[in-house]
Design a protein around this ligand. Structure first.
Ligand code: M6R
Length: 615
């Protein structure tokens, strides 16, 4: 959470910073600020509560003198509410030094007491201002060596942080550091950039350097230096950004979410591309890593939110194809008990951003316990894949809307690929030709759902704009999709929604059903299991008998649901493991259309941020 951008070069920095912040706003949007060192060598700063537009308006009313060294920040509040004063940058050394921060400085109270005893007074309630004040004191104390002062400061901080700082005595220099929080370098011609992710600078350069944990970076227009926290030079890992700035633009869509929902056929196709050879799945990134899969007797998939629902689909697929037990663990629960893991365990983490702190900590914990680790991630250069033994990238392209859609579909696709790959390597699959054909057909089928059901589902959502509660039921792989349908609705429309395993209803939740209660039911194909299908049809009858308004998502031609459904949403025929990728689409469209009907901002729902980099 929080987006960070830094620039040094020949160009005026303000517009570069604002454009970078616009691309990072998905990381937090409760306040924003920029600081620049102008040509006369003085530092100017402006920060405003509210979305980036509030900062832009303020700068339009009264511009800062421009300069070619600057830092910018978009915030998701942790310490101190979203106010002008608590917004970043924070200043120190008589307002000649500016600092921005992403993360939580856990020992900030001790440091603040120490500084207060030294006569420092604070303007904000933030942990960040403490780091700025500490840097100011170190800088004055060492006679004006910004890099040394910065190194001394980061060595005193505990917790997770990315920090950028600059001082007006050093125009053309921005220093940065990271511990368990993201920071990447963009390499330009005679100019350099820092950003929470490559979106911050991708319109200027696609050449980037990944910075490791506990490393410090200094950028000037012509040089980039990276050291560890002790000051020893280290090599940063270069990479090319595989997408361009246009991929992170709305491109005529009403919202990023609408664009990303529509991009799902492409996201799935790109994730499959290059990973099917004939009738087999072969994941080139896993070449030579068969021992990740052969010597294990257990898989744990760990993730948060939407990614954890993808994980639940992965459990079914990997157990079926690779014949190894799979547990799904919420990352934030995983390491706070004493899980039974060791070198016979493969821990698979899933994260769109690759920066989710809970998931990152779970991966580190698993490694410390000797487990093998593999991550499924959508973001190059991100921390989680760098901390894992292996990575399978989803190629969904940048996902900007807070509500995850195309990344979810790409995560399930990657898990299906992984399950088939593992099954082949472990010898538990001899013929994957049918499943491989199903996989390859998915993009076209998803496109068909979008084409045939979009208007119908949007209309349905429009009728239901005043609904106060919606329930979602599913069985087998439909269960995670019920959970995901409910999460999408909660997060962008602020309507109470819950997903249940259909069979669980009679154990309690059925008490919620009253006349008119809308319930989506995900009906599995009768061709896969007549038994499971019939159980779900019975569940529909149970809720229908109690007055529920039943909206079913069922495959084309399933007539058994017709007598009991108020609305039927159709999806194409697909194999049992592949249905989730089709069934989730109308639920995403429904949530988006309902939020839109309520006049809400679907891309930036309240209280949320795209990338949750605090625990
Ligand atoms: O970046 P990650 O995939 O690790 O993010 C995990 C969750 O925070 C994320 O999926 C969240 O639940 C989404 N906002 C849901 O739409």
């Amino acid at each position: 959470m929080c987006g960070i951008v830094g620039y040094v070069g020949p160009r005026p920095s303000q517009d570069i910073l604002l454009a970078g912040l616009a691309r990072l706003e998905y990381r937090g949007y409760d306040s924003a600020g920029v600081a620049v060192i102008d040509e006369d060598g003085s530092l100017g700063m402006r920060k405003k509560a509210g979305k980036l537009s509030a900062l832009r308006d303020s700068l339009a009313d009264a511009a800062l003198p421009d300069g070619s060294t600057g830092i910018g920040h978009t915030r998701w509040a942790t310490h101190g509410g979203p106010t002008d004063v608590n917004a970043h940058p924070h200043l120190a050394d008589e307002d000649r030094l500016a600092l921005i921060h992403n993360g939580i400085i856990e020992n900030f109270a001790t440091l603040r007491d120490e500084l207060a005893a030294d006569g420092v007074s604070f303007r904000s309630e933030t942990d960040t201002e403490v780091a700025a004040a500490l840097l100011g004191r170190e800088y004055r104390g060492n006679g004006g060596d910004l890099q040394l002062a910065f190194r001394n400061v980061v060595n005193r901080l505990e917790g997770a942080f990315t920090l950028l700082a600059m001082h007006q005595d050093h125009p053309g220099l921005v220093v940065g550091a990271r511990r368990n929080s993201p920071l990447v370098i963009g390499l330009g011609e005679g100019e350099n950039f820092l950003g929470s992710d490559v979106a911050a600078f991708v319109e200027h350069t696609r050449k980037a350097l990944a910075i490791g944990q506990d490393q410090i970076v200094s950028i000037t227009p012509d040089a980039v230096t990276v050291t560890d926290f002790a000051g020893t030079p280290v090599e940063a890992e270069p990479f090319d950004v595989s997408w361009d700035a246009a991929a992170a633009e709305k491109g005529g869509w009403s919202s990023f979410m609408a664009k990303e929902v529509a991009e799902q056929p492409e996201a799935v196709a790109n994730t499959i591309r290059g990973r099917i050879q004939g009738d087999r799945v072969v994941i080139p990134e896993l070449d030579g890593l068969d021992d990740l899969f052969t010597g294990i007797n257990r898989v744990i998939i760990t993730a948060c939110g939407t990614a954890s629902y993808a994980a639940l689909v992965g459990k079914y697929a990997i157990e079926q194809w690779a014949r190894v037990p799979v547990d799904v663990e919420l990352a934030h629960e995983f390491r706070y008990r004493d899980p039974v893991i060791g070198d016979d365990t493969l821990v698979v983490s899933i994260s769109q951003s690759g920066e989710t702190m809970d998931t990152l900590m779970a991966v580190k914990y698993a490694r410390e316990r000797g487990a093998r680790t593999l991550s499924i991630c959508n973001t190059q250069g991100a921390t989680i894949p760098r901390e894992s033994d292996a990575v399978v990238y989803t190629h969904a392209g940048p996902e900007v809307a807070v509500a995850s859609t195309k990344a979810f579909s790409a995560q399930i696709t990657a898990l299906l690929l992984l399950g088939l790959h593992m099954g082949r390597v472990r010898g538990s699959i001899t013929d994957a030709s049918v499943d491989v054909a199903e996989l390859a057909a998915l993009p076209e089928k998803i496109a068909k759902v979008l084409e045939t059901e979009n208007d119908h589902v949007s209309q349905l959502a429009g009728w239901m704009a005043d609904t106060r509660s919606v329930l979602f039921l599913g069985r087998h792989v439909g269960y995670p999709i019920a959970l995901e349908g409910a999460l999408k609705l909660k997060e962008i429309s602020y309507i109470h929604a819950e997903g249940f395993a259909a069979g669980e209803l009679k154990h309690g939740p059925i008490a919620l059903i009253e006349p008119g209660q809308p319930v989506f039911v995900l009906v599995p194909s009768p061709r896969h299991s007549a038994l499971v299908h019939s159980k779900v049809v019975s569940n529909i009858q149970e809720i229908r008998a109690r007055g529920a308004r039943v909206i079913v998502v069922a495959e084309e031609g399933d007539a058994a649901v017709l007598p009991f459904a108020d609305e039927v949403i159709r999806i194409p025929l697909a194999g049992p493991m592949f249905e989730p990728l089709l069934a989730v689409v109308p639920l995403q469209v429904f949530a988006m259309a309902l939020a839109t009907a309520k006049g809400l901002d679907v891309d930036q729902p309240r209280n949320l941020a795209k990338s949750v980099t605090v625990e």
